[in-house]
Each structure stands twice: as structure tokens, then as C-alpha cells.
Design a protein around this ligand. Structure first.
Ligand code: UD1
Length: 370
């Protein structure tokens, strides 16, 4: 039987991490020699292009270099997505894979799904069914549209399966578990070995913060409130703010500086972020991935948004939603200091760490036997 031919589309930081988990599972499947092999052709859209946002991940996670880099770079959503579409259509039309694999909710995800669907190629969506129910988020638009274009929808959680059911999507939907959990289990030991990524931080005594969502970086008032909230926190514990280039740019253009006690760091590699989260007293973020990584690593999280795609973390008491509210930020830190934010250790809402393996099995069954 011929190998199953896949084209994978990635473009932004978290997709390199998620893609690595599946690439490893493809290699394991091929090495086991059971059933048809899988050949993967990797396309990088070039959405993220700074060394620290892209190549550093390929080096560290030992991911095969992309077969093609479309080099689209930054731009307004419409033109960035359009440039991706144009490049992807060309690659997909030439290769005619059995399916196209896309991850998450970025502009690269939507472009991959749309280019494939228009060429009548089946789309496989990893991290399907997540919803914030906030259409003002570009990511929400990307994920809803991608789900509705997909043939196989791999959900990380029961909530995600239920969200799809409410949108009348049931065919091809499976509860596969979360590849980010696979990834933490795989890399954790390596992350904890060796030297600490940043000097001068006492384990368990600092807060780790990131901010990059458009809603938080698009206006001076909101970004200013978040920075002020971090400044309040820094009076209790040192705060490390790992700064996305978008946020750095926004602070510069609004004339905002990091408050006293808030130490700014450049974008860091994955293993460094895992280590810094594992050793933090708490994580303050608007990232989707870090809300879960903090949970996997047993660290309490404060989310700088009003809603989350990961309600399980909130229901389990591990995550608190604060928006950009300074008082809520301070209140969370007080409750943390009182020991009220313990993260439950035996809850497993994100699967068993073998999500990628399960996805491979479903993929092979669907496209080769199904
Ligand atoms: C994107 C995703 C988001 C994901 C995040 C991970 C969309 C709509 N959003 O957001 O879901 O959580 O990636 O990081 O796809 N920039 C650089 N260098 C880079 C990349 C970006 O300087 O290597 C700057 C540019 O000024 C750019 C801005 O960051 O305009 C935003 O980049 P973009 O890729 O549009 O979105 P992210 O905020 O990274």
C-alpha cells in the first residue's frame, strides 16, 4: 500500500511545538512498520520569522527543517492571510497530498484549511472545537472557519467535542487529547536539567508573565493597566515579563515602560519557558498554551482575559480570569500568598500524554482503510 502523503502547515511559535509531537508520532509509526507509512511535507508560512520566534524552535525541538518556507512575514490580517493562501495553493496543487494537517487558530491555520478545502483536499485540524465565543478575537474566527472546513477534527477536550456538537459538527470528530500535554511530558526532564535560563531568580519566588493578544496590546489604556498591575505585583514578588515583539512594539508606540521590579526578557525558547513556568510561584499570561502548561506543571495561572478556551483549568481552580483589572490581579496574588491556589495533581482533562499516537491511528484508519 502506498504511504499516506501529508502536507503539514505551520507558521507561528506554538505550531512548531504541536507539530513536533505529531512528527515524532509519524516517525514512530513508520519505524514500527505496521500498515502504510506516512510521509510528511512541512510548509512554514513564515508568519513568525525572527530567529527567536521561529528557527530557535526548530533547532531546540529537533524538528526537521521545513521543506518550504513561504516567507510571508507580518502584515494586516487580510494581506498576510492572502499571501499565505497564494503560496499554499501553489504547493498543494503541485503535491496533491492525501490530506493537509493544520494546528490551532492562527492565520496560518486558516490559510492552510482554506487553500486545501478549495482544492478539495481533506483537512485535518489538530486542536479542533475550542471556543472563546468572542468573535472580536482573530483566533476565534480562524478556529470556527477551520473546523467547518475540516474532515478530521481532533479535539483536545470533552468541552471541545461538545462545542462542535452544538455547531452540528459530529462526523470526523474525535476526542484525541492535547498534544501540548504530550509535549510537556516528553521535554520536561530536558527542560529541568542544566543551567537556569535566566540568572538571579529563586525557584518558587518569582512570577512569570507574558502578554501578546491583540486585545491586550491594541490600546494604550488596556496595556497600561496590565503593566501597572504587574508593577503592583512586583512589590510582592519579582516579575519576569517575557516580551513578544508585538508587545514590545506596542509599548514603544504608546510610550509605555515596564514598571519598577518588572524585569523584561526577550522571547525565549520552549525549554526555557517550560523551566521558568515550572519554577515560578505563578504564571500571569494571555497565552492559550501557557494556561495549560502552567496547569501541567502544577503552577497557578492568572489569565489576562475575560474568557478562556480552556475552562477546565478554571473549573479545577488552577486558573483565574482577571481581564486587565488591576484589583483582580492584586487579589489573585494575595490569595496565592495565602496558599489558596493549589493546582489539583490528579485531574487529567487533557488526556494521557498519548494524543499524537491516537491521532496517527485515526488518520491511518481513515485514509487507508476507511
Ligand atoms: C499569532 C497568532 C496567535 C498565537 C501567536 C503565538 C494569529 C491571528 N495569531 O499571534 O494565535 O497565539 O501567534 O505567538 O495568527 N512579529 C515579529 N517577529 C516575528 C513575528 C511577529 O516582530 O517573528 C511582530 C510583527 O510586528 C507582527 C506582530 O508581531 O505584526 C504580530 O505577529 P502575528 O504573527 O500577526 O501575530 P501574533 O501576535 O504573533
Amino acid at each position: 500500500m502506498d504511504a499516506l502523503k501529508l502536507v503539514t502547515v505551520v507558521g507561528a511559535r506554538p505550531q512548531f511545538i504541536k507539530g513536533a509531537a505529531l512528527s515524532r508520532a509519524f516517525a514512530a509509526h513508520n519505524a514500527a512498520g505496521r500498515g502504510p507509512g506516512i510521509s510528511e511535507f512541512l510548509v512554514h508560512t513564515g508568519q513568525h520569522y525572527d530567529h527567536a520566534m521561529s528557527q530557535a524552535f526548530f533547532d531546540e525541538l529537533e524538528i526537521a527543517e521545513p521543506d518550504v518556507n513561504l516567507g510571508v512575514g507580518s502584515g494586516p490580517h487580510g494581506s498576510q492571510t492572502a499571501r499565505m493562501l497564494e503560496g499554499l495553493e501553489r504547493v498543494l496543487a503541485e503535491r496533491r497530498p492525501d490530506a493537509v494537517v493544520v494546528y490551532g487558530d492562527t492565520n496560518s491555520t486558516l490559510a492552510g484549511a482554506l487553500a486545501a478545502a478549495k482544492l478539495r483536499l481533506p483537512v485535518v485540524h489538530v486542536e479542533a472545537g475550542l471556543r472563546s465565543f468572542d468573535k472580536a478575537m482573530p483566533e476565534e474566527i480562524n478556529r470556527v472557519l477551520t473546523d467547518h472546513l475540516s474532515t478530521l477534527l481532533f479535539c483536545p477536550t470533552r468541552t471541545a467535542v461538545e462545542n462542535l456538537r452544538r455547531e452540528s459538527l459530529a462526523g470526523g470528530v474525535s476526542l484525541a487529547g492535547d498534544v501540548m500535554y504530550d509535549s510537556i511530558l516528553y521535554y520536561r526532564e530536558r527542560a529541568m536539567a542544566g543551567e537556569a535560563p535566566l540568572s538571579g531568580l529563586a525557584p518558587g519566588e518569582y512570577l512569570l508573565a507574558t502578554v501578546h493578544r491583540a486585545a491586550n496590546t491594541g490600546g494604550r489604556e488596556r496595556l497600561g493597566a496590565i503593566l501597572a498591575g504587574l508593577g503592583d505585583m512586583a512589590r510582592t514578588a519579582p516579575v519576569v515579563l517575557v516580551l513578544h515583539p508585538r508587545t514590545r512594539g506596542a509599548m514603544e508606540s504608546f510610550g509605555l515602560a515596564a514598571p519598577d521590579g518588572v524585569r523584561v526578557a526577550p522571547p525565549l525558547p520552549y525549554l526555557a519557558m517550560v523551566r521558568l513556568q515550572a519554577e515560578a510561584m505563578g504564571v500571569v499570561t494571555d497565552s492559550g498554551g501557557m494556561q495549560k502548561e502552567a496547569f501541567f506543571l502544577g503552577r497557578p495561572c492568572l489569565t489576562l482575559r475575560g474568557e478562556t478556551e480552556w475552562p477546565e483549568t478554571v473549573e479545577l481552580g488552577a486558573n483565574t480570569l482577571a481581564g486587565a483589572d488591576r484589583e483582580a490581579m492584586a487579589g489573585w496574588l494575595e490569595s496565592l500568598a495565602r496558599g489558596e491556589r493549589a493546582v489539583p495533581v490528579d485531574a487529567r482533562p487533557y488526556g494521557d500524554g498519548r494524543a499524537a499516537e491516537r491521532m496517527v491511528e485515526i488518520l491511518v484508519n481513515h485514509f487507508r482503510r476507511g
